[in-house]
Design a protein around this ligand. Structure first.
Ligand code: SF4
Ligand code: SF4
Length: 381
């Protein structure tokens, strides 16, 4: 494994260490896809339409092209009538074994969790990671701080349900708030191992976590704090219609972590909570390094996959010729010959899209774009 590094963050980005809530939006958007619906239909909160959760109840408010997960998509707008959905009252499921657990996961469309469990022939170890994927992202961090009691209890329950050898909670050693809270009740769960790991970029990647913890990758289920939180919600008989996102950047007066309804437009969140201080800004969805650049911020819809939005002042970065410094190859965590891929416009299936090559390149070249999405497969490095 390559030595992980701590990335320098912009000094003028300060993320407020509290959760803000936006649970009563005016409208939500759901993908139209091939859904059958009548414009006079009433849309019920906590139901699904083409695997997308309807997070508020209300009537059809029109069709609109929006951006979902960075892609243009025709959507249905639902005008929130702020009514609770009594018709679809859920029952609290009883979970005694993995078959019961899978049934709950399937019926609640917890797709990532389902894929992770299905990919393992057997599960002996569970690692719950409180590491966020990107810089300027604090969802896992705050999810632990807000829900530590329920998270620890469910990890302990999963150890019994899945007959695990090991259950580990991996916390960033800089999450002082979370560490204090976990330590205050960890005595109740003597089987749970609480491990403090260095605050390094890409620690959230499964190989890096298992290497640091010296646990074999095979037979290890790695979940995030948010996945445990969501599983806990559905085990309580609730639906996953809300999520944590971080909205940050130096073009904002302040950066926030927000618990919001899924399907809300970013525009409505900004109108209610944030102030953009310049007209010359750039927006990234799901990360400054790994995410996609967004042209029209007003069209972005928060989906179940949205983790963070970065709104930064535009920087005038002048691109120059490659100076052959080799820094991109030195930093690449999967040992790709980035310089060669860039020159020959080759992509590599091994690229993680981590953005470290772009971050380090003194010539400001857009290397990731080529290596992750170039024309041909690289042959050898
Ligand atoms: S984006 Fe891809 S090529 Fe660039 S450093 Fe990350 S893994 Fe390597
Ligand atoms: S880091 Fe940039 S300038 Fe240096 S070798 Fe790689 S592509 Fe060339």
């Amino acid at each position: 494994m390559k030595t992980l590094i701590k990335l320098e963050e912009k000094k003028d980005v300060f993320i407020v260490n509290n959760i803000y809530e936006f649970l009563n939006p005016e409208n939500v958007y759901i993908p139209l896809n091939n859904s059958n619906f009548n414009k006079k239909n009433y849309f019920y909160k906590d139901t699904f339409m083409a695997d997308f959760v309807i997070s508020v109840s209300g009537f059809f408010g029109g069709e609109e092209e929006m951006l979902l997960n960075g892609k243009r998509c025709q959507t249905i707008k639902i005008n929130n009538d702020f009514k609770e959905n009594k018709e679809f009252k859920k029952v609290k499921p009883k979970v005694k074994n993995i078959a019961d657990l899978m049934q709950v996961i399937n019926s609640n469309h917890l797709e990532t969790l389902k894929e992770k469990i299905k990919a393992l022939p057997q599960i002996d170890h569970l690692i719950v990671s409180c590491f966020d994927e990107e810089i300027y992202e604090m969802n896992e961090f705050m999810c632990l701080v807000e829900n530590y009691k329920e998270i620890l209890k469910l990890i302990d329950d999963l150890k019994k349900i899945l007959s695990l050898e090991n259950s580990i909670l991996a916390i960033k050693n800089t999450n002082v708030k979370g560490i204090k809270k976990v330590k205050s009740i960890s005595g109740v769960y003597p089987d749970l191992k609480v491990m403090l790991l260095p605050d390094k970029y890409l620690m959230s990647i499964p190989d890096n976590l298992t290497d640091y913890l010296n646990i074999p990758m095979e037979n290890t289920l790695i979940l995030t704090t948010n996945e445990i939180y969501e599983l806990n919600e559905v085990l309580k008989g609730k639906s996953i219609s809300e999520k944590y996102i971080t909205i940050s950047g130096n073009a904002l007066k302040k950066s926030l972590i927000i618990k919001t309804k899924i399907g809300v437009s970013l525009k409505e969140i900004i109108q209610n909570f944030l102030k953009i201080t310049t007209n010359d800004y750039e927006v990234y969805e799901n990360g400054y390094l790994q995410g996609v650049k967004i042209k029209d911020l007003n069209k972005v819809v928060i989906t179940h996959k949205t983790r963070c939005i970065v709104i930064n002042k535009k920087e005038a970065k002048e691109q120059t010729e490659c100076i052959n410094c080799g820094a991109c190859m030195k930093i690449c965590p999967v040992y790709i010959n980035v310089k060669k891929c860039y020159r020959q416009k080759l992509m590599s299936h091994r690229c993680l899209g981590c953005g470290l090559c772009d971050y380090i390149c003194p010539a400001n070249l857009a290397l990731k774009e080529i290596v992750k999405g170039g024309n041909d497969e690289e042959t050898n490095d």
